[in-house]
Design a protein around this ligand. Sequence first.
Ligand code: NAD
Ligand code: TYD
Length: 351
Amino acid sequence: MKNILVTGGAGFIGSHVVRRLVRQYPQYQIINLDALTYAGNLENLSDIQDATNYTFVKGNICDASHLDEIFSQYQIDAVVHLAAESHVDRSITDPLAFVQTNVIGTASLLNAAKKYWNGNYTDKRFYHVSTDEVYGSLGETGFFYENTAYDPRSPYSASKAGSDHLVRAFYHTYKMPVVISNCSNNYGPNHFPEKLIPLSINNILQKKPLPVYGKGENVRDWLYVLDHAHAIDVILHKGVTGETYNIGGHNEWKNIDLIRLLCKLMDEKLGQAPGTSEQLITFVTDRAGHDLRYAIDASKLKDELGWLPSVTFEQGLSQTIDWFLENKEWLDHVTSGDYQAYYEKQYANNH
Ligand code: NAD
Ligand code: TYD
């Protein structure tokens, strides 16, 4: 594999994947295709933007003729597909944007790869990065396995489920050499502050309320983003064609417990009296159709490909907070402009 097209490489997870591939594999050319939506930010990649094995292309994965040009101009051998609309709350207000990018965009990308590879699949790979949310919502016990039936319940997870089905359909119908991973909630540096952890870090810094949906009883399984990027690297190189791999941290937290831990760490790092940040916790109207619990069984990835997370949650969270404290300019840039309008609308009824 020499020329790798990464889609969505200017986003949160994509930027860590691009950085890892650019640094670990100088013999590869990494082409980053990103539409630079509100979630895409080239500042995430400022440290590698001049690397000789890196190229940025601004474009939309729904644009079929642009995709054709990119595949032939860069002679693409492998695709690592991360571009997506990724925020559940936005999918509740604007579901069609999710169908457009996640379903139509993925179908367009698959179709462009099929046309360009034209049945010659030697040393080719189409890697689709997906989410555990396609499996639906768990009760208080149990885990998601690779063969758990799909049961998506938000427009976001339904559109990602649709994209997963299309990828498998191209494998079965056209023998496209695909591999899929479904990962749990990520956190870490460069996380856009519409998601729970970076939103709460930002609000603690701004001394603004910390909006906890419902009673804060919902459970998520959190994985440090650099560990996800490592897993993607392992699966890209060693994953078996046609297979699916679950990725997760065995790290379940109730939202309210997570926020309390975050408050404690923030108080320590900001030199504030214990309990200061917790006073900002505000219970707000629950998310519509809020999935109760996600929990991944990642033993296939561990047993077959030898991947394990490298940091504990306390270490990862501490490093994440440090990154946000050291990158206030990044935070200022991404929270100016459109972000304020989004925030006012999303949390309007609660503050
Ligand atoms: P993100 O929202 O931070 O980034 C998405 C990127 O895709 C942005 O750079 C954006 O500009 C780009 N993009 C959006 N629409 C596009 C289009 N039509 N054409 C080209 N580029 C477009 O997302 P993320 O959190 O980094 O997630 C990346 C992928 O990983 C997604 O496919 C998501 O479903 C999946 N995933 C995310 C998580 C998580 O916790 N964030 C967990 C599991 C899986
Ligand atoms: P989020 O970071 O949006 O990820 P996802 O919905 O993909 O799991 O939310 C994580 C959890 O935190 C989820 O249960 C919803 C909850 N949440 C809040 O309580 N308040 C908030 O302001 C946000 C954004 C999320």
